[in-house]
Design a protein around this ligand. Structure first.
Ligand code: TNX
Length: 549
């Protein structure tokens, strides 16, 4: 379908971000219940932000952070005060705890002379504040004073709880590296869309991006490659040194920044494939002993970890122990994708291990696939013993799933369906809809991407719960995530371009109940979030609403 959308009107909205627009109800993701009223609550220096006395300091922090941002952008000084009582007084935004509201949910009641926010947990309060920010002029997302705006909240009554408890966005910092400030800005964008997980893809064939104190070569050698690999040629190698990594202090800073925004960062150490940067750093980790070079090619490479050797497991456990110190996340992603078995087939040590373990091929699985399953299960046990749970790409189904694994279904929905039927948790992230490295429109102005096609409308249309699952099985679908692989994405501005506005569509898939979703209504609401993107200084595809397919 070719739908002509009013690009003229759309761009008008985009350029008019500085014109005051009060009474805006255009929220993304759409709340699950919302009534609009008439009139406004006006923010001014007489207002107070009351946080119920005796609550955890996290609540007051949410209020303080909002008050600070409001002060910066509006000049209005709202004091945050702790008081007991469950009712909102005149001229206050009052927050009270209401334990009957689900964990991430909230209630927001804006009337002419007061605002009441209720939630049972700090994350719910934080999401309420994201809604409040979207009800205000887009300038509230900025870094400068905008006193030409009408600082009013339109009267409304909202009761809102997310559909899914896992609402994720992935970031590949290995193919191209993005610094601490870039990652923080990315986190800000996720928070504004009410996401609660960021999947941080930290290791790859083309670069190792996290400092591991026990293995300094991982960053000394493994974080640099001889090739910027930007450009048209798949796997071009211009020989120019390219790389970067996060020190452990920087990782802590990023994790804290995300935590303050109620986003959990799930680190991924991708194993046993996609490990060439580690092999280049410590060649004894491979089956052939090398030498290896940090890859200057994209794609799937034959050299993988030699899992026949006990020393490889010692290495992985040592690396993961440092990772666990840095990331409090319950989930640790251990990859498992695209691991060719050619080296293991030829490797006497791996073959001896297969024999020792009695791993046998059957009609469905080769002995080498069983060796991979053994590897994932062994690492899972190590992580379970430390109170964590693993996530793996859907290849971990091959050779048998590790007992407690959560599956990320990326090669379509089938892996996820099978895993849910086996009683495993699933995160849906199919490349058919949720690969943000794919083209977002058929417009010839689109910059070069890896291929594939996931338009905003296609992302919006995604339904994470497959019809073939029973009600019980469907409970295993924790939610959805989009992936942003960065082979073709060398700069922050291009990264943003691929992220938004598709993230807006994703957020509604993750948050809003299906019966409330409506693409044409979504497109009517999107110009306000485009204003927000402008204020946040995000680059995005302004032409995509011209043609949608
Ligand atoms: C497949 S999705 C990969 C990545 C690539 C991506 C490109 C997955 C588990 N593996 O290594 O970057 O395709 O779209």
């Amino acid at each position: 379908m070719k739908k002509l959308f009013s690009i003229f009107l759309f761009s008008l909205c985009l350029t008019n971000a500085s014109v005051s627009k009060a009474g805006n109800y255009d929220l993304i993701p759409l709340p699950n219940s919302m009534e609009t009223g008439s009139g406004y609550f006006t923010l001014n220096n007489k207002c107070e932000f009351i946080v119920q006395k005796g609550l955890d300091s996290k609540y007051a922090q949410v209020a303080e952070d909002f008050a600070k941002q409001l002060n910066l952008t509006s000049g209005i000084n709202i004091k945050v005060v702790a008081k007991s009582g469950k009712k909102a007084a005149r001229n206050t935004i009052t927050f009270v705890q209401n334990k009957s509201i689900p964990a991430e949910g909230y209630k927001l009641n804006v009337v002419n002379d007061r605002v009441l926010i209720e939630a049972s947990a700090p994350e719910g309060f934080f999401h309420a504040i994201q809604t409040v920010k979207q009800l205000l002029p887009a300038a509230v997302y900025g870094k400068k004073l905008a006193n030409d705006q009408k600082w009013e909240l339109p009267c409304t009554k909202i009761e809102d709880t997310p559909r899914f408890k896992y609402r994720g966005m992935h970031l590949d910092v290995a193919r191209h590296f993005f610094g601490v400030d870039e990652v923080k800005k990315y986190i800000d964008v996720l928070a504004a869309h009410k996401l609660n997980y960021m999947h941080f893809h930290l290791t790859e064939d083309q670069g190792w991006r996290i400092e591991i104190k026990k293995y300094p070569n991982l960053t000394k050698v493994g974080s640099m490659r001889k090739g910027t690999m930007i450009g048209k040629n798949f796997g071009s190698n211009d020989g120019v040194p390219y790389g970067g990594f996060y020190t452990q202090d920087q990782i802590k800073e990023i994790v804290k920044y995300a935590q303050d925004r109620f986003i959990t960062i799930i680190p991924e150490i991708d194993l046993p494939g996609h490990m060439v940067a580690a092999l280049a750093s410590y060649p004894e980790l491979g089956c052939t002993g090398g030498p290896y070079e940090v890859s200057t090619q994209w794609g799937v490479l034959d050299d993988v970890l030699c899992v026949g050797k006990e020393s490889t497991f010692t290495f992985l456990q040592n690396v993961l122990s440092e990772v666990l110190e840095l990331f409090p996340s319950k989930y640790i992603h251990i990859g498992g994708d695209e691991c060719p078995k050619v080296r293991w087939k030829e490797c006497p040590v791996c073959q001896a291990k297969i024999k020792e373990l009695g791993l046998k091929a059957d009609a469905k699985h080769s002995a080498e696939e069983r060796l991979q399953s053994y590897t994932m299960t062994r690492i899972e046990k190590f992580l379970n013993d430390k109170g964590r749970r693993i996530i793996g790409w859907d290849e971990i189904l091959e050779g048998g799933l590790a007992p407690d694994a959560t599956v990320m279904s990326w090669r379509g929905m089938e892996g996820g369906i099978e895993a849910a039927k086996q009683g495993h948790d699933v995160i849906m992230t199919p490349s058919s809809h949720l690969y943000f490295d794919h083209y977002q429109s058929l417009d010839p102005r689109e910059p070069l991407a890896i291929g594939g096609y996931s338009s905003v409308e296609r992302v919006y249309s995604f339904e994470p719960i497959p019809a073939e699952l029973t009600k019980e099985e469907a409970k295993h679908i924790l939610g959805a995530q989009a992936n942003l692989w960065t082979e073709y994405i060398p700069t922050e501005s291009y990264l943003e371009y691929m992220l938004v506005p598709r993230l807006a569509a994703l957020s509604e898939v993750q948050w809003t109940n299906p019966e409330k979703k409506n693409y044409s209504d979504f497109t009517n609401r999107i110009s306000h979030i485009a204003d927000i993107y402008d204020v946040m200084g995000l680059n995005y595809a302004k032409h995509i609403f011209e043609v949608t397919a």
